[in-house]
Design a protein around this ligand. Structure first.
Ligand code: HEM
Length: 220
């Protein structure tokens, strides 16, 4: 069994388990709403963890915590799992007892029966997450440079999801939810700045001809 297949089975198992627990003895209308809120928060936490791990990888900091290969696999796994919870988050809304969601209102931005604008940002965030995660599969076909460029969309996906959760969510005022939003935003912004600052230095080091590097470091 490949690592990817294992990840998919694990994701399916966790989802079925979480779904089963949430649906136990359910009064469907209220329960579906609760499930959607819980899985939305889980999807956001997983997506944030994946973005943080991606930044740890690109700033070469991940290797101080775990082997780079493990960090890479975990990074992909967290994105896939985030999409599984996103499926639950949107899917549960179809059973909402108060608002009448349809499949189309889950996939087309800004036509949702509740908070169309803020929910629409979530729909775009969901599409962006799906495209970036799926792009791993076509990396060879589109070329590494294009794939890297496409990967920047993940920042947009994460930011849209954060704004969407904060504005459309019922639980934004709860302390643990605020810790999640503020903590993840601080981590992602901090690491992003580290990465942007580290990049010119790394480029400059590469630009120095090999023969001169020794004299520079000896002189320093
Ligand atoms: C198919 C696209 C999406 C739809 C239709 C959608 C819909 C909704 C709706 C209607 C709410 C309000 C629920 C409430 O009353 O509290 C909500 C909240 C939320 N959504 Fe989404 N969403 C989508 C995509 C996303 C994505 C991509 C993420 C993150 C990965 C996300 C994370 C959240 C979070 C964290 C909340 C707040 C939950 C709470 O406060 O309890 N959503 N979403």
């Amino acid at each position: 069994m490949t690592t990817n297949t294992a990840f998919l089975w694990l994701s399916a198992g966790i989802t079925a388990f979480a779904g089963g627990l949430a649906m136990q003895g359910a009064d469907f209308g209220e329960q579906a709403w609760l499930l959607s809120r819980a899985s939305g928060l889980a999807a956001y936490a997983l997506l944030s963890a994946s973005v943080v791990l991606g930044l740890l990888l690109s700033t070469r900091t991940a290797k101080h915590v775990m082997p780079a290969r493990v960090a890479g696999d975990l990074h992909t796994f967290l994105s896939v799992l985030s999409i599984v919870f996103l499926g639950l988050h949107g899917g549960a809304l179809l059973f909402d007892g108060f608002f009448h969601y349809t499949l189309l209102s889950l996939v087309i931005p800004f036509v949702s029966p509740s908070n169309p604008f803020w929910t629409g940002l979530g729909v775009i965030g969901g599409w962006a997450t799906a495209v970036v995660t799926a792009s791993v599969r076509v990396r060879k076909q589109i070329g590494y440079a294009n794939w890297r460029r496409l990967h920047y969309v993940s920042f947009l996906a994460w930011a849209l999801s954060l704004v969407h959760g904060m504005t459309a969510g019922t639980d934004t005022a709860l302390a643990p939810v605020q810790v999640l939003y503020i903590g993840s935003a601080a981590l992602v912004t901090g690491l992003l700045m580290l990465r942007l600052l580290a990049r010119p230095a790394a480029k400059a080091a590469r630009a120095v001809p090999a023969g001169e590097r020794g004299s520079i470091s000896r002189a320093a």
